[in-house]
Structure formats: C-alpha cells, structure tokens
Design a protein around this ligand. Structure first.
Ligand code: NI
Length: 194
C-alpha cells in the first residue's frame, strides 16, 4: 500500500515518535508499505512520521545514489557505504557519533523542491531491530551514516531545514508556507490539509 506523504508544516513531523511493540504492531506489513511508498516517490529514505504515523521506524535504500546514470556530475565516485544499503530500522537508537562534520546538500520528500547543506558527523553507531525482530548494533559511515541521521531526525521531530542559517530560512519562508498549503508541484502523492 502506498501512503500519501505529509508535508512540512504537518504537526506529526514535529512529534517525538513512539517506540513500537512488535508483538502488537504488524511491523512487516508496515515496512513493506514504507518501501513501496519510498520507491514510488524515488526517495532514498522514508520515516514513519512522513506517512502520518508517529512511531519509531524508518527504511532506507541508498543504492540508487551509487548508480552513475543517476548522477549528473563528471567526477562520480561510488560510495562504498551504500553497497547493500537497503534496510529497515525499528526502535533505533544512535548511541555514538564520531568523526569530522561534513556538508552535503540534503532534500526531503516532505519538503519538495528545497535543498540545503547540512553538516553531519561522519560516523555513527546505531542499535536497532530489523523487521524480523533481530537486534543489531552497527557502525555506519559516509552517505549511509548521513541518510540514517536524516531519517533518525524525523523520529525526533527534526527536519533538515532546522539546520539552515536563519537568513536562508527567512528567504525560503514563503516557499515553505506554500508547501504546507499544497501550492507545490510534486509527482508523488502527498496529503495536504484541506
Ligand atoms: Ni526527510
């Protein structure tokens, strides 16, 4: 099932998401639906709050970023962290960050048409469960660590626009308000307030 994606300004994106009890909640079906929704929108990550559910689950598939055909630059280099980087994170907890902060221009399916540099630490350690209930503690670096941090922020009610310098946020104020109202061109399904 493909969910509509909620836009910037929807209060669910500002909530701290709740841990889920996999005994009660059908994690497998929901994870499958998140993947389907993410692929439909051509995203590399999607968090449950973005489909209106304030629970601690997100999915990632960064592999398309390693496809040279998808890249418009001349100096394309595949990122080793993205090999096999398709997975679901359930009740995740980032327990450590490490390394220097580096900038990359991020976007978000809830904030179509806007991109901005975000500084994030190079490496993370994260504890999480997969959709089969297996628990992992793993280190990630490179683009994989970045995607995880972006999605993890969604569970904490945080958006990449929060990292923008105040001036840039002021300049984009009207465009952000337009996104909230649905005055934005987007080629996947979103759920705007009526
Ligand atoms: Ni996002």
């Amino acid at each position: 099932m493909i969910y509509p994606i909620v836009p910037y300004g929807d209060p669910v994106l500002r909530k701290i998401a709740q841990e889920i009890d996999p005994e009660v909640f059908d994690v497998k079906q929901f994870v499958a639906d998140l993947y389907e929704t993410m692929y439909e929108a051509a995203g590399v990550g999607l968090a449950a709050p973005q489909v209106g559910k304030s629970i601690r689950i997100f999915v990632v598939d960064g592999r398309p970023l390693n496809d040279p055909d998808e890249d418009d630059g001349d100096d394309f280099e595949p990122d080793p962290s993205l090999i096999d980087f398709k997975m679901a994170f359930i009740n995740p907890e980032i327990t450590a960050t490490d390394g220097g902060k580096w900038a990359y221009e991020e976007g978000c399916l809830s904030i179509p048409g806007i991109r901005s540099d975000v500084l994030r630490p190079e490496r993370i350690t994260i504890n999480y469960f997969d959709e089969d209930g297996n628990e992992f503690t793993r280190d990630f670096d490179g683009m994989a660590a970045r995607i995880i941090q972006h999605e993890y922020d969604h569970l904490e009610g945080k958006l990449f626009t929060d990292y923008m310098p105040i001036l840039k946020r002021q300049i984009l104020k009207k465009r952000l308000a337009d996104i909230t109202k649905g005055n934005v061109k987007v080629d996947y399904r979103m759920k705007f307030p009526r």
